[in-house]
Design a protein around this ligand. Structure first.
Ligand SMILES: Nc1ncnc2c1ncn2[C@@H]1O[C@H](COP(=O)(O)OP(=O)(O)OP(=O)(O)O)[C@@H](O)[C@H]1O
Ligand SMILES: [Mg+2]
Length: 505
């Protein structure tokens, strides 16, 4: 008998069918991966199980009983717990307080006894956490452990984790998997949502693939392969783009940064004494957990944010204090991190494509509409954009929008390309496309600075890898010498303490 059986679940949001007649079942004591691309309907299905959404139709059965789940309260009472990507912890409170909050009356509580109880539970479930620590002092990975413990403390027999590894460094992923294996041994069932094939292969007993809101198949993980899973997930063969071999890079760096400092939007130091160089014909990958200065670094290198100290040379020329337009004129191409902010939605695709080169299409102060249309048509063909020049940018999908942004930047053949999180939120097809384009720029001899929170992406594309932690470059290696263990340690900041000299890249 299945601990959970969801039958013919359908859920619509307006026009969108997020789940269409989905069957999903969960055995006791299994780790069941729910795999699918962005927007496939994974979160929706599990939010229905956890009582956050109501299905339009379909049934949920638990241990042979038809159940009605109207709220998370109902789900918890049935032994279902869910850890979402957005934690709901109270930072000034301790771990123990957060764990019991809303579960037990907290007036007149013997905190010592509660702490002991929480410590015992953490021990039993194999979760390394100090019950007395204040949540505000914890890392993202540790906060996730508190959320898991909180669900287990409420006697969850079914634990749903929505892309839990997205916020973790490799070592934390290992620790999480260790915990999940322990839970399985105690008979707890885990739903592990992911779009990462290697993780699904490593941790799950069975896997259900969702595509466009439909369940494509459920399989024993041991009987399938990453290639087969990828095909089911995407609906066609995928190849995976990686850089080919070592090759010559320019003698002089295209970008040379030394001692660069900058502040964040609150005026606090965000970049601390950053030194790095990027040569023509290479991809330098900047790895790191999100929020460690990546955004500020990209903005500073493009002239959007002004440095507070240090020097920034492009092709040997000092550019500190330059505006975005001056940076662009000096050969710096920026692929905007926020795709939607990077275009003007109400303007046409053509207008968005020429936005940065308008003078080229202006005669005696008048725009040459015909030339703009022609230029747009060429770029649309060259970059395989699925849109017409006159379509409004806001009607484009994320993948096509990213193509417009790439076309706009790359058509100018920049010497240096700054690419912060260029594939975030894109599907596999669009991601492969972006990777190919960036590698084509490397082939052309351009210098590419790739900033990404996705370590697999960094490893696939980069010639050299630098790790950013709390606004500092804490280490740099060539991709041949890079090992995940060491990169993970750098990303966690563990190395910063032992080696305080800022790394030269
Ligand atoms: N609250 C909502 N309102 C409107 N549309 C929604 C809502 N939640 C989800 N959708 C839509 O339903 C579809 C499935 O979304 P869902 O979040 O379940 O996908 P997912 O597989 O979890 O994707 P991701 O990997 O991006 O988290 C998408 O098209 C999404 O835009
Ligand atoms: Mg989701």
């Amino acid at each position: 008998m299945h601990i959970v059986a969801m039958k013919a679940i359908t859920k619509r949001f307006g026009e969108v069918v997020a789940n269409h007649q989905v069957d999903f079942d969960l055995r006791q004591g299994e780790i069941h991966a729910l795999l699918g691309e962005n927007g496939a309907g994974k979160t929706t299905l599990m939010r229905i199980l956890y009582g956050l959404y109501r299905a339009d139709s379909g049934e949920i059965w638990m241990e042979g009983q038809l159940v009605q789940i109207h709220s998370p309260r109902d789900a918890i009472a049935l032994g279902i717990g869910m850890v979402t990507q957005h934690f709901a912890l109270v930072p000034p409170f301790s771990v123990a307080e957060n764990v019991i909050m809303g579960y037990r009356e907290s007036v007149n509580l013997d905190m010592k006894a509660v702490e002991d109880e929480v410590a015992a539970a953490a021990e039993r479930f194999g979760i390394a956490i100090d019950p007395r620590a204040q949540v505000r002092h914890l890392s993202v990975g540790q906060r996730q452990r508190v959320e898991i413990l909180k669900a287990l403390f409420r006697q969850a027999r079914v634990l749903i984790l929505d892309e839990p590894t997205a916020v973790l460094i490799p070592q934390e992923v290992d620790a999480l998997f260790e915990t999940l294996r322990g839970l399985r041994q105690q008979g707890i069932s885990v739903v592990f949502i992911s779009h990462k094939l290697n993780e699904v292969m490593a941790i799950s007993d069975r896997v259900t693939v969702l595509r466009d809101g439909q369940a494509i198949a459920t399989m024993d993980t041991a009987t399938t392969t990453p290639a087969e899973l990828a095909r089911m997930m995407v609906g066609r063969e995928t190849f995976g783009v990686t850089r080919q071999g070592k090759h010559e890079h320019s003698a002089q760096p295209v970008l040379q940064v030394s001692g660069l400092c900058a502040s964040d939007d609150l005026g606090l130091p965000a970049l601390k004494n950053i030194s790095l160089a990027v040569y023509g014909g290479e991809v330098l990958g900047i790895a790191g957990v999100g929020g460690n200065g990546q955004k500020e670094l990209a903005e500073t290198l493009c002239g959007i944010r002004q440095p507070t100290a240090g020097s920034l040379r492009v092709n040997g020329r000092e550019m500190r204090g330059a505006s975005p337009a001056e940076m662009s004129a000096a050969g710096v191409g920026r692929i905007p991190e926020d795709r939607h902010a990077g275009v003007v939605g109400e303007l046409s695709v053509a207008d968005n494509l020429v936005m940065e080169v308008l003078p080229r299409f202006t005669r005696y102060g008048v725009l040459d509409r015909k030339a703009i249309g022609q230029y747009a048509q060429e770029l649309i063909a060259q970059f395989q954009i699925k849109a017409r020049p006159e379509d409004k940018a806001r009607t484009l999908s994320g993948g096509n929008l990213q193509k417009v942004l790439l076309a706009r930047v790359l058509a100018n053949q920049p010497d240096l390309i700054i690419a912060p999180q260029p594939t975030r939120g894109l599907d596999v097809g669009a991601t492969e496309y972006v990777h190919q384009q960036l590698l084509a720029q490397r082939e052309r001899g351009a210098a590419v600075l790739l900033i990404s929170e996705d370590l697999d992406e960094i490893l696939a594309l980069s010639d050299r890898i630098a790790v950013i932690y709390e606004g500092e470059i804490v280490g740099v290696v060539s991709v041949e010498e890079a090992d995940i263990e060491r990169l993970g340690l750098w990303m966690s900041g563990a190395v910063k303490e032992e080696n305080h000299a800022p790394a030269e890249v």
